[in-house]
Design a protein around this ligand. Structure first.
Ligand code: ADP
Ligand code: MG
Length: 349
């Protein structure tokens, strides 16, 4: 191999995932009139005639996103679909079709792939989407699944990450932190099992959080609820990476800041009890634990009366101007800068 000493080699870890996407994307110009929104949101938006179409795609890679020692293949198939539909709903759109591509090693028998597809089929039925294509190939290492989700939305009804305005309310659906803690419980049981394969775990105290990890749901119901309440969010994103990371994406895209209130974070009792058991701070988990697939949105203050009585929606803060930055206001009334890892406790105002 010829080595070019002058050739620059930049470590990808220097850029991070989002830095890498920004770096690669900046060279691409949009030339088609039908491209309404290209890279940078939960899904791309295209316009054909009077219809707007949204498209989103995601990978699930064995060893990176899932561990088959506790993830049943049926659940994996279900989850692979759901995490993609979540991005479609984050655009305030209706999901209509998916394609599924798999790379499989020959360590899997047919029956295993059938299990995977049984989960995919269940998700298609529950969310009312059609499987319309995909690709199948071999893999020399683990299992890789890529799903592309397609949806539709009436022109003007789509919601981007970029519409938040100062004084808007920051609202989250459901509760957060459960999926991450469910994973901690499963990892712990895996270690116990390695030492004692006859152990029978009693997971009754963790059913909700384990389900959040193994069988997440996308919030199709929230898109419908918002329609019924006649609320169009000013911006929206789904929570795949963790609340603080998603808030920062919204703030960056909308060129705003925000104040997020620690005491408003919606936490399930199992999240609180399990964080205590693991000696973890439930706020850190709510901010940094990912995979909840809830919707994070901003709504204008005028719409507050429409959502305030709804148990599915919690106001967790409000939008400020960009110069103010993004902060967590703690229970002790301290303002701490939000960072993608949760928050930087050394950076205090
Ligand atoms: P999400 O977490 O909602 O799935 P991502 O952070 O994966 O969103 O992606 C952010 C944006 O970057 C999306 O518009 C996505 O389509 C785009 N994107 C991600 N990876 C690539 C890539 N390799 N090439 C082009 N666009 C990409
Ligand atoms: Mg998303």
């Amino acid at each position: 191999m010829i080595e070019d000493k002058n050739q620059q080699r930049t470590d990808l870890s220097q850029l991070g995932e989002f830095g890498l996407i920004d770096h690669l994307a900046k060279h691409f110009e949009v030339t088609q009139q039908s491209t309404i929104k290209a890279i940078g949101d939960d899904a791309a938006v295209m316009e054909f005639g009077d219809n707007r179409v949204v498209v989103s795609t995601d990978f699930l890679v064995e060893g990176v996103h899932f561990d088959l020692s506790y993830m049943p293949l049926k659940h994996l198939g279900y989850k692979a679909v759901v995490v993609n539909l979540s991005d479609v709903y984050a655009m305030n759109a209706e999901a209509t079709q998916i394609t599924v591509s798999i790379a499989v090693s020959n360590r899997f028998p047919l029956e295993a792939i059938e299990e995977l597809y049984a989960g995919i089929e269940t998700a298609c039925k529950i969310y009312n989407v059609d499987l319309v294509g995909g690709d199948t190939t071999s893999s020399t290492s683990g299992l890789i699944i890529s799903v592309t989700a397609i949806g539709q939305v009436k022109k003007g009804d789509e919601v981007y990450r970029s519409g938040a305005k100062p004084n808007d309310l920051l609202v989250v659906s459901g509760d957060i932190g459960g999926a991450y803690l469910g994973l901690q419980v499963l990892e712990r049981e895996k270690e116990v099992f390695k030492v004692n394969p006859n152990s029978q775990p009693d997971l009754d105290a963790y059913t909700y959080i384990i389900e959040r990890q193994l069988k997440p749901e996308a919030r199709k119901d929230i898109v419908k609820l918002l329609q019924e309440l006649e609320v169009k969010p000013t911006s929206m994103i789904d929570i795949s990476d963790g609340l603080s990371s998603e808030i920062l994406h919204l703030c960056k895209a909308s060129k705003v800041g925000c104040d997020l209130y620690e005491d408003k974070l919606p936490l399930d009792p199992q999240v609180i009890s399990t964080s205590e058991e693991f000696n973890m701070d439930s706020t850190t988990i709510a901010l940094s634990g990912g995979e909840d697939y809830e919707l994070l949105m901003t709504i204008s203050q005028e719409d507050f009366p429409k959502i305030k009585a709804n148990p599915n929606l919690t106001v967790i803060g409000f939008i400020t101007d960009q110069a103010s930055g993004a902060h967590l206001v703690t229970r002790g009334d301290q303002k701490i800068a939000l960072t993608a890892q949760g928050w930087n406790s050394f950076d205090k105002d």
